[in-house]
Every structure is written in C-alpha cells, then in structure tokens.
Write a new protein. Sequence first.
Length: 255
Amino acid sequence: MPHPIGTSKRMSPVSSNRRAFLRNTVLAGTGLTLGSSLLATRASHVAAQATPESASVDNLRIAMSGLPPQLDPQTDTFIVMVRVYSMIFDTLIQRDWANGGELIPGLATSWEQIDDNTVEFKLRPDVTWQDGSPFTANDVKFTFDRTIDGDARLAANGRYGLTAVDVVDDFTVRLITDGPRGTLLVLLSDPGSEIVPAAYFQEVGYEAFQQMPIGTGPYRVTEFVPDTRITFEANENYWGGAPLAANVEVIGIPE
C-alpha cells in the first residue's frame, strides 16, 4: 500500500518568520535599506503577508553585499543568488524554519511514496505563472528533466538521482529515482530546486530567461542590471497571499 510521507496541515508557507520580518520592516517605515541577513531564509522573508493588524509598504529597498550575474535558479546556487531566487520562484516543498525546518507544502500540497524509487506529488491547482499562464505538472517535468539531460551549465545537474519524471495529469507528477533516495524530499526544498516555466523558458531561450525570468513566487522582476540592481513588483496573484511591499529594489553594495 502506498503510504503518505509528506502531508501537512500548513497549506501555506506563511509562518512566524514572515510575521517577524513584517513587524521589523514596517516599524522602520518605507524607503528602507536592509542588511542581507534578512534575506537568508527561504520563502518567508520579503514576501511576508499583510495581515489586518499590520501595515503595508509601498517601496522596500534592500542592500546586499553582492547580486547574482543571472537569474536562472538551476544554473547557480551561491547564497547571494538564493536570496533573490526565492522572491521569484517556488519549490515543490518548503521548510518551516520556525518549527525546526519541518517540510511543508509548497507548490505540492502532498506527496506519497509509491514504491522504493517513486514519489508522487499532488500540485496546487490554483497557481499561475507571473504572465498569467497556469502552473501544471508539465512545468515540474521540464524543470527536473533539465537535471536528467546532463546540461553541463546547470549546478543542479544530476543532483536528485532521477531517471524519469512522469506526468500523471495536470496536477499529479511522479519523480522516479535510480534507487531509494532518503534525502530526496529535503533536496527538493533546497536552493536550485525552484520550478521554472516550461512554455516561457522554451519561448525565450536559456540566455533570455537568465536575464528576465518569471516564476510563481511573490515578486516579479521588472528590471535586472547584473551585479548592480534588481527591481521587483508584487505578484498580486501569488498563491501564498498578497506580498507586503508593492515594490522592492535590491541593490548590490560590495563589502
């Protein structure tokens, strides 16, 4: 009998981490410049949700010691890049660092071990890419097929031990590994495991995607000057809820 290995009552990654970030930034007001340490955790930082007891921010400015040269999350996973990627993209599984790093749903609502080599994921049916197109299992397949195909440009190449990615239906996908992989779920929550849009990527190509990607995350890139500046606007259709800040500028300030 298949047995569930990753369901959770937390259907959104919003946690006390987000609330803490929101509280600290709103108290400081708008036009804020923040240290990069506030971007060190995934999924729960800048995309903090506004709540009835909190205020929103029109413009948020974040200073970091450096910025990524490109924005494809599977190409590089240096820490400075990770901090930016999680504003744009989502992973299938996320980590709740307020509860010991517990694995919680991301783009996948649940996951189940079908056999020793196969994990089946149920996907959120109400997620759209930042261009308005629907997120489906085909995007998951495209993302992880890239790591199977042996593209030497990718840091994520071969990381998961996958041999195949099977689409069952629009919102069900199976990852098949070369043997039992006890660390697979943790790896899927790690940097470099962000899901990328199949149709958009194939339309614009590898190099263009690096400069102006779209994701399912809380913020969309509006301008990217490599190593210098990235500007974002809130994704009002974000499945995790409306982001706190309407506009975010991340600037690089070398140490």
